[in-house]
Design a protein around this ligand. Sequence first.
Ligand code: PGA
Length: 226
Amino acid sequence: MKRIFIANWKARKTIKEVTTWLKEAQPSLEESLDEVVICPDFVSLTVVVGLLKDTSLKVGAQDISQFETGPYTGEVTAKMLEGLAQYCLIGHSERRHYFGETNEVIARKVERAWQSKITPVICFENLGQLIERPILKETPKQSALYAYEPPSAIGTGKPESEKEAKKVLAEFKNLSREWRLLYGGSVDPENVNVFLELGYVGVLVGTASLEAEEFVKIVSKPYALR
Ligand code: PGA
């Protein structure tokens, strides 16, 4: 089964930095047999799409509007992302905390992504958030990924304990065995295998994706386990 490695640069790179990063990392990332997804900000997104054209790497957006086309100043709609992004992070902890996103907003964003055939990466901080309707609704008929990202682990250098990560994965699998769960929160080249060996299908990487070399190490590491 293909693993999934997602780089989430957040609001941290200029177009120039993005271009340098890709030049450095792309050849090694392309060797991966797994799914590698780069999530730039909206300013860099089309540049990244251009640079990754004809490569095996995929592009994801970091967010998506809850609205369809219309008078929504500043918004980026799912329709605008059609043909550009294959994935979209939705409901990231930072969106909840700094932008007040609720489960209702997140559920609407998921619907928008599906309407545009974009695979949502539905982030949650605890299972309660996920189970609480209307995020969950029923088993998705369309493609979806989920990402467990405990706030205490995001950007702190303190990943979730193995015991807790195992427990959350088991409870998640009780909801549906078919759903695919990623782990995110202080993932680095040293600890990535802990989460993959537990059975997480992939990782969502923030800080350690900023340096091309670090992210390449994370993506390359699991090969030793095969
Ligand atoms: P981090 O961020 O790797 O810096 O903890 C992960 C995320 O927020 O997606």
